[in-house]
Ligand binder design. Structure first.
Ligand SMILES: Cc1cc2nc3c(=O)[nH]c(=O)nc-3n(C[C@H](O)[C@H](O)[C@H](O)COP(=O)(O)O)c2cc1C
Length: 362
């Protein structure tokens, strides 16, 4: 184990908060027959982020279960290239759920068949996307305005596929319609095998803090027996432990904190197991991961898109690197793969010798 001093903390760092290991329960969380250990960490589905190149890194650094970014059911049945490409799975990232969205019963049934042929471990339905062009068609979080339709559509999909079906949703459409406790039970009754809940309403979009109170209430419902995963604002081991202890969830789904920082999973896991904070990744680990991410991204999406979609990750990959701005500017403006790899090499050669300065200001 490496030992570090960052600021005033000595790593491995033992938290002063009262720590109770989650491993006290040996219960294994299962979605249908998929065993996920006793407190799984899930990578959240994120459009243009949770693609195969990124998922592989998250898996390596401790995520127990992956979700694809959402895929349009209408796109899938029209065989749109962009939608179909999102069905790709690397073997090493399994188990994985493919997430689809839509509100039309027939399109969703037909796209469930297409998803089944792609052989993921499960199919996830997106009832949480807040963006206007999705909700105005009653898809994503739009369906939270019509819970009967949500239940009917879910029932229809469960019956039309052999894959286990899971749902990801929000607390409700707005503050007056936070019916998630009842909704979760109704969805369980039509056969979903797990549910993930983002602790915001559609109206909140991403504003304010996520509220997990109702997620805890779902866990308090004695009729609920499927795994319930909490989602929203988890960005550290202590936060994950707090949510686990306060709300009794079966596992946690992590989204934004993983962007450009796939190590979040091993850090959270280590903290939950030991009560100690792991030292952050070294300069070499960060540059290596960024390099691999870029290489896989170009391989998978082609040079232009691969380069463009990598841009949002660099800020976090190199957070804490002093005077990184000029190199980051190059990384987020260049469209030339060779130039990008050269810049990454340069970043490594400069900062690897300044490891202490980098970690000191993390
Ligand atoms: C860039 C981005 C894209 C997202 N795309 C999806 C998506 O395709 N499907 C989905 O269910 N949620 C999507 N979400 C929502 C996340 O899965 C997650 O619910 C939300 O970010 C809250 O979790 P966090 O606080 O851990 O980020 C997206 C979020 C972000 C930031």
């Amino acid at each position: 184990m490496r030992k570090f001093t960052i600021g005033l903390r000595h790593y491995p760092y033992k938290s002063p908060i009262i720590y109770k290991s989650y491993n006290q329960s040996n219960k294994v969380v299962k979605i249908a027959n998929i065993e996920l250990g006793n407190f799984p960490l899930l990578l959240a589905p994120m459009e243009d982020v949770s693609d195969p190149p990124f998922r592989v890194l998250c898996k390596r650094f401790g995520a127990d279960m992956m979700y694809t970014e959402f895929i349009s059911s209408e796109g899938l049945i029209r065989d749109a290239r962009k939608s179909v490409q999102k069905l790709d799975i690397y073997e090493e990232e399994r188990p994985i759920g493919i997430q689809i969205f839509g509100a039309n019963l027939d399109s969703m049934r037909r796209s469930a068949e297409i998803v089944e042929a792609a052989k993921p471990e499960l199919l996830d339905i997106n009832y949480g996307c807040p963006v206007k062009k999705v909700v105005c068609k009653m898809a994503g979080a739009g369906i939270l305005q019509d819970i009967d339709l949500m239940v009917k559509l879910t029932d229809h999909i469960v019956k039309s596929t052999k894959l286990p079906v899971t749902v990801k949703t929000r607390l409700g459409w707005n503050d007056d319609t936070k019916f998630i406790v009842e909704v979760a039970e109704r969805l369980q009754d039509v056969g979903i095998k797990a549910i993930s809940i983002h602790g915001r309403t559609r109206k909140q979009m991403y504003k304010g803090a996520a509220d997990w109170t109702l997620i805890g209430r779902i866990k308090d419902n004695p009729r609920m027996h499927i795994p319930v995963f909490g989602n929203g604002d988890v960005d550290s081991g202590p936060k994950a432990l707090e949510m686990k202890q306060k709300y009794g969830v079966d596992g946690i789904m992590i989204g934004r904190a993983s962007i450009g920082y796939p190590w979040i999973f091993r850090e959270v896991k280590h903290y939950l197991e030991t009560g100690e904070e792991l030292a952050p990744p070294t300069v070499v680990e960060r540059v290596d991961a960024a390099r691999e991410h870029l290489r896989r991204s170009i391989e998978w999406k082609g040079e232009k898109l691969g380069i463009l979609e990598m841009r949002r990750h660099y800020t976090n990959y190199f957070r804490g690197f002093p005077s990184i701005k000029q190199y980051r500017m190059k990384l987020v403006t260049s469209l030339d793969a060779n130039e990008l790899f050269d810049t990454l090499d340069l970043v490594q050669s400069i900062y690897a010798n300044e490891e202490d300065k980098v970690v000191l200001i993390v």
